[in-house]
Design a protein around this ligand. Structure first.
Ligand code: ATP
Ligand code: MG
Length: 497
């Protein structure tokens, strides 16, 4: 048996004529056709020489065929290794050198360049319409019996987003993926009656594992969108039941007058994650649609760790409770902190990865022998058990020997009239080591840096107050909506030099 595939297929296998995906302006696809195509992909990969444990590196546009390639790779006993479509060829060269895949699948437009950097590895193509030499090879095949793989075998290597440094390859086992998606399906009550709007990229854990695996495990169907598209998302809502998005989906949709209570009346669940959702967005969404967004927290290395409850209070600004089967603790200087105090969050459970690919030292530093993984996120738990992520330990500012948690300052700035959002960073300073700097995005109105400094004067200890406020039209973000503080720190590194 193939541990993950058996589980992903179980919910639809007896009733596989039902729709798996609706693809606006293209077609729809049944569960039977999804899996039939996946089997042909698996057979084609085996013919290309893929043996169990081999990596299949994939940098392609989001298509159902790419989903079939993911499933086919796992069926063939391989390790699926998706790459962000934004990576340039030199960046891809690093990943291929690191991961040494058996097969590389890329867009036809990049084929020549990829062949040049791939050292004789087999390169095939898949385009934005699902066509290419990979699908041609698959079309020659018929049927495939999944190769036996057990719980601890690798199913994927997923690279982290590279927000804090160079991306690391997280090795994820069949059980890591299956157990977490089963937990989420049950926690969020996904069933075969659900229609999930799938508009996230599939090179990241959110779109690939949370959205795709949960839908498959529930035997649900998806409205399959190649990317975030407000027209298509709003069109889909009356026929759909759930949306998974990053915070920018929600802020952008709020800017669209077509988002109304009526449009969302058939929806039962809006889920947000991958980056912090502003309390403001949570509240505006509820006012506009009548729905309280369910925020959850996870990372590439661990899948999902915490979630707000399905029933019960979804508390804005928090990421809810540790999921069933996930243990969480918060430590400072090696000791667990009392409720309400900030420390580094550690998690343990079947969801936690097997280590970083070819980085034994980093793995040993962060994944401890007793199974506790140091997330690098700073968090606190309130007396009701809700977890709040207050930032990353790498973003902590240390100024004149004092710790400043950016989130505390950001929250106060965000409450100042005329402010949309903010990012607080530490930059080198000759006297203080680091100085607090606030980058602030105005809410359309005229906003003065001095006004912000004045507004904070009575609210914060002197050392926490920004030494400089910079007004910008928007914050730099990646495709997952993550604010790129590293880029801001680089940009303003010489402010006090
Ligand atoms: P890298 O590890 O390469 O620096 P990254 O941590 O951004 O990049 P991901 O694994 O994609 O890569 O993101 C996980 C991180 O995203 C978490 O550690 C956390 O900081 C952040 N995150 C995810 N969900 C939430 C959330 N709901 N609220 C706040 N932060 C979140
Ligand atoms: Mg990370």
């Amino acid at each position: 048996q193939n541990y993950l595939i058996t589980r992903l297929r179980a919910a639809s296998v007896d009733d596989d004529a039902r729709t798996f995906a609706t693809i606006p302006s293209r077609t729809s696809m049944s569960h039977a056709d999804l899996w039939g195509g996946a089997e042909r992909m698996a057979a084609a990969l085996v013919q290309m020489g893929v043996v169990p444990g081999d990596r299949v590196a994939v940098q392609v546009e989001k298509t159902i065929e790419a989903i079939q390639l993911y499933l086919g790779t796992v069926m063939a006993g391989g390790v699926f290794l998706p790459l962000n479509t934004a990576y340039t060829t030199p960046e891809v060269a690093y990943f291929l050198g690191d991961a040494t895949p058996r097969v590389v699948v890329c867009d036809p437009a990049k084929e020549v360049a990829i062949v040049e950097i791939s050292n004789g590895v087999h390169v095939v193509t898949l385009d934005a319409a699902g066509q290419g030499s990979m699908s041609d090879a698959a079309a020659q095949m018929s049927g495939f019996v999944p190769i036996d793989r057990s719980a601890d075998d690798l199913a994927a290597i997923l690279y982290t987003s590279g927000t804090t440094g160079r991306s690391k390859g997280a090795m994820l086992s069949h059980k890591n993926l299956a157990s977490n998606s089963e937990t989420l399906r049950d926690y969020w009550r996904f069933t075969s009656a659900d229609v999930l709007i799938h508009a996230l990229p599939i090179f990241h854990t959110h779109g690939l594992f949370v959205a795709t695996n949960v839908a498959l495990l529930a035997g649900a169907s998806v409205v399959f969108l190649a990317r975030y598209d407000p027209d298509l998302i709003l069109d889909a809502m009356p026929q759909a039941t759930a949306l998974m998005g990053v915070p920018t989906f929600y802020t952008r949709l709020l800017g669209d007058p077509r988002l109304t209570r009526k449009q969302a009346v058939n929806m039962r669940l809006f889920i947000s994650g991958s980056a912090p959702l502003l309390v403001d967005t949570h509240e505006s969404w509820e006012q506009r649609t009548g729905h309280r967004i369910l925020e959850r927290y996870g990372m590439t290395e661990t899948n999902m760790n915490t979630s707000n409850p399905y029933d019960g209070e979804r508390r804005a600004g928090t990421v809810g409770f540790p999921l069933p089967g996930v243990q969480a603790r918060i430590l400072k200087d090696g000791i667990e902190v009392p409720d309400g105090e900030i420390g580094v969050l550690e998690v343990r459970g079947d969801n936690v990865f097997k280590g970083y690919w070819q980085m034994p030292k980093k793995t040993a530093e962060e994944l401890q022998a007793d199974g506790w993984f140091i997330t690098g996120d700073l968090a606190r738990v309130d007396q009701d058990g809700y977890v709040t992520i207050v930032g990353r330990s790498k973003d902590l500012v240390i100024t004149g020997g004092f710790n400043v948690y950016p989130k505390e300052v950001e929250s106060l700035i965000d409450d100042i009239p005329g402010v949309l959002e903010s990012a607080v960073i530490g930059v080198p300073h000759p006297d203080f080591g680091e100085a607090v700097v606030a980058v602030v995005v105005p809410d359309g109105e005229d906003l003065q840096a001095q006004g912000i400094i004045d507004a904070l004067a009575d609210q914060l200890a002197k050392f926490k107050q920004p030494k400089k406020v910079i007004i910008l039209p928007e914050l730099p973000r990646n495709t997952m909506g993550k604010v790129q503080k590293k880029a801001l720190r680089e940009e303003y590194s010489t402010l006090f030099a």
